[in-house]
Design a protein around this ligand. Structure first.
Ligand SMILES: C[S@@+](CC[C@H](N)C(=O)[O-])C[C@H]1O[C@@H](n2cnc3c(N)ncnc32)[C@H](O)[C@@H]1O
Length: 329
């Protein structure tokens, strides 16, 4: 694995840190201990995710990049861009794929403002810097924070039509019942005429899926371990990383890809700053990420329930991934 030099992580706001603390205590107090995957992305987590996207096993980025590269003209045409609009990128990360669309939209003189939203202050700052260097004059209005808090803020500062992007199959990171809730909630922030483009990872050979989350070079394992390192650093914790194993399994019946950190011994974890401690048994697992894989029938069902009309579906040559534009009516 490449060694990188990381700049110091940007600090979280007090509200974001309180929410992080609350979610850790709630998740680790359950019978099935859980940590939310949204906390993977501090500065180092975002860098590790960039490395994951380059892995041979991680087909998700490659296939969605293929879709954008080969079908960008049709995607942009489908944004029905007669009036100025906000292109809102939920969980923008490094926006490597979004940049394919941004460049093509600039070439076509489309009138839009790019609104990247990310919970990671480091990711937002780096994206702002890279856009300023690569796309001089692009209208950019970034927001740092959780999806819905950021969307609330956007409502107070812009009345433009919205085209939402939710790429990289981020939608699969919610458990299936929560996906329905998420889409319905998202729908509340939108009005008729708005659109959403969502990237869905499709069901395929289970071995191909599992390998994407358990790569040979161990980058995904390092990404998973980084969550413990981040908790140690933020709340003076005593997680000892070598006492855990990364484990990933895909269930082709439920469509759920799950990642865990498994304790190899009986141990007590103390998070000093939170005045919180808990015990882990040998081989007890902390669930750290779910990544749901979809059939086209399930996507249609989700859209119907959220009152979204499927406008057009784009897919790659192998039908591994689908980017779908939904109309809000
Ligand atoms: C899997 S990466 C995807 C990045 C990019 N959209 C792509 O497709 O390559 C997920 C990104 O979403 C951000 N994220 C995760 N949960 C979030 C939340 N609840 N609110 C805002 N951003 C979130 C992470 O910080 C990370 O940059």
């Amino acid at each position: 694995m490449k060694t990188e030099i990381y700049s110091p992580a940007l600090s979280l706001s007090t509200a974001a840190k309180d929410q992080f603390a609350h979610d850790i205590i709630a998740g680790l107090s359950q019978n099935q201990k859980t940590l939310s995957s949204k906390y993977f992305y501090d500065g180092m987590g975002s860098k590790l995710f960039q490395q994951i996207m380059e892995l041979p096993e991680y087909y998700l980025t490659r296939t969605e990049t293929e879709i954008f590269t080969t079908q960008k003209a049709a995607i942009i045409a489908a944004f029905s861009a007669a009036t100025p609009f906000d292109l809102v990128d939920l969980g923008s990360g490094d926006a490597a794929k979004t940049k394919i669309l941004l460049r093509a939209m600039r070439e076509r003189a489309v009138d839009f403002t790019y609104v990247p939203i990310d919970i990671s202050p480091d990711a937002v700052q780096e994206l702002q810097q890279s856009l300023a260097a690569e796309m001089v004059g692009l209208a950019v209005a970034p927001l740092t924070g959780d999806y819905f808090r950021a969307l609330e803020q956007l409502q107070t500062q812009s009345s433009n039509r919205k085209v939402l992007l939710f790429l990289g199959s981020n939608i699969g990171n919610f458990p299936y019942p929560e996906i329905k809730v998420f889409l319905k909630k998202l729908r509340h922030y939108l009005v008729p005429g708005d659109q959403i483009l969502i990237g869905f990872d499709l069901k395929k050979d289970p071995r191909i899926i599992r390998a994407a989350y358990d790569d040979a070079a161990g980058v995904t394992a390092a990404f998973n371990f980084n969550l413990l390192r981040r908790i140690n650093q933020t709340f003076s914790g005593n997680f000892k990383l070598p006492l855990f194993k990364h484990f990933a399994e895909y269930n082709p019946a439920s469509g759920e890809m799950k990642s865990y950190l498994v304790s190899t011994i009986n141990q007590q974890i103390i998070l000093q700053d939170l005045n919180f401690s808990f015990k882990l048994q040998a081989w007890e697992a902390i669930h750290t990420e779910s990544s749901y894989k979809f059939s086209e029938k399930q996507i249609q069902e989700l859209a119907r329930e959220a009152n979204l009309e499927m406008q057009v579906l784009f897919t790659d040559a192998q039908r591994y991934f689908a980017d779908i534009i939904f109309n809000v009516s």
